[in-house]
Design a protein around this ligand. Sequence first.
Ligand code: ADP
Length: 631
Amino acid sequence: MSQNPATETRRFDTEVHQLLKLMINALYSNREIFLRELISNASDASDKLRFKALTDDALKGLDQDLTIDIGFDAEAGTLTVRDRGIGMSREEVIENLGTIARSGTRHFLESLSGDEKKDARLIGQFGVGFYAAFIVAEEVTVETRRADQAADTAVRWVSAGEGEYSLETIERAEQGTHIVLKLKDEHKDLLTRWELERIIRHYSNHIAFPIRLSEAGKSDDEQAGEPVNESQALWARPRGELSDEDYQNFYQGLTGDPENPVSWAHHHVEGSQSYSLLLYLPGQAPFDLLINRDDREGLKLYIQRVFIMDAAEQLVPRYLRFMRGVVDSADLPLNVSREILQDSPLLKKIRATVVKRSLDLIEKLAEQGGEAWDTFWQAFGSILKEGVIEDFEQRERIASLLRFATTGGEDATGLDAYIERAGEDQDTIWFLTADSLKVARNSPHLEAFRQRGIEVLLLTDRIDEWLVAHMDDYKGKKLKSVARGKLDLDKDEAKPSEEAQALAGRIKKALGERVGNVLPGSRLTESPGCVVSDEHGMSLQMQKLLRQAGQDVPDTRPDLEINAGHPLLKLMEAEGDDKRFGELSELLLDQALLAEGGELADPAAYVQRVNRLLVDALGNSDGVQSNAASA
Ligand code: ADP
């Protein structure tokens, strides 16, 4: 039991503990980012106070002349970061500095590979935030008071970053947060004015509050009173004044992504409404982008330089949720709420511009091609595809950016390139959907196309089924599945012979309800049969995806197309025994389903059937029959 009733010791969440250990190792060589994280938190806290003070009279005046003050004491081996922002209550301290509130944490920890370089990148993207202090500190003390609570409700939090921390109620005259880092010996070299100024300028130059640096034991007069950083919102400055490095550093501070963005767009729009827009196209997917589809923090809304909220939902459609950046409006009211934003015509215009500018950036990258484009496509391609489904207005523009595997070569292709290769006469863009590229490339459906030299796009992304369901045509060319309906590949296709039709009829009779129709057709040159979906019905692949997603899908019966010229079909034609003919028909259908990557309703029956036929066939030729028969 502790002496002071207001002091308690608590244990970190296991996840925090785990993350701390990992982080300290993985980020050791990148130790400087700890200061960026602490300054960024101080800046967020100051933003929050400014925002709250707009509507809360009790806070009026407290938001004036906010600064972030960094102090260092080489002798004591300490570094301090102080803000006069919103601060934290006791509950908030426990919640924010004792747990990891983010949903994907466990998944994230599991995905770490043990390879330090890779993990450092992942951890960097995950945003270690406050805990980064423990990269350099052996002990961290946080004293904080919420700006809207009394002086004697302040809290002191102390931890060595091992398994626990202590919590104590204290008095603190000033609002906001004061953090003291007791540095580990090997990191005390950070404690010089020169070094700290360098780090602050490198990572935090465009933090919108002045960052001041002071050394213990020196009077204010001795120290330059000027802020170390530019302390001006970067996006508000003219483009001509900014270097690539400025933009890149700002991006890293904004997103925590340790890599540079691929490209960016910066605009000042004047006129009936004025706003600044700074958009970044990231090069890699942040760790949790795909896990949590709705957790989108990519775009920050400012109004007259005051941070209002993360407003990606209002500012950018979901299919562009990988975009990062800032919108600063001069015309929206400062006390705007999410509800007002939702219907604001002003914001709708800004959103339309964000979409246009984002697609501009992506188009430019696509034109350049090369590795940067490939990396982008790998990371965000399947997200961008959602745009074809969600954004009717931009559908064609988005579609032109999509890339697909193709029978035309090893490299992925775009629709425009496909059309160009296909030539004027071909009025259809052919595609095949499948689970994997391997299944797709081996599909019997491709035989007729291969024979005629017609290129087919191979769609293997989960979302592709939905994509093609929403895209009937592209630039006047129909999109059509090679596995659906009648193909009409040849203008004067010969009618199937009477024998072939009779055979098809016999197979249909044998299979009964298992198939819709059995048709002699032109799809196949090598395989005996394949399943064909109804022109307007749901494709087999779509049915499978829906089933996997736990949805009820009505059992639809596919058609079976047969290759009457195939030796197997010739044998069947000559088969007089109805029972055996029935077995062969079942086999034909099951094989066709399997070749499609489909699942058999009764795999065991299939195996037994194959074995019976094998034993039969082999037994007739080399006398194994007696063995099998006695087994
Ligand atoms: P993040 O900033 O990504 O949310 P952190 O670990 O850096 O993650 O911080 C967790 C939370 O702790 C913040 O979201 C904020 O609510 C709170 N916090 C951290 N530093 C401060 C500060 N200086 N003032 C007020 N709140 C803070």
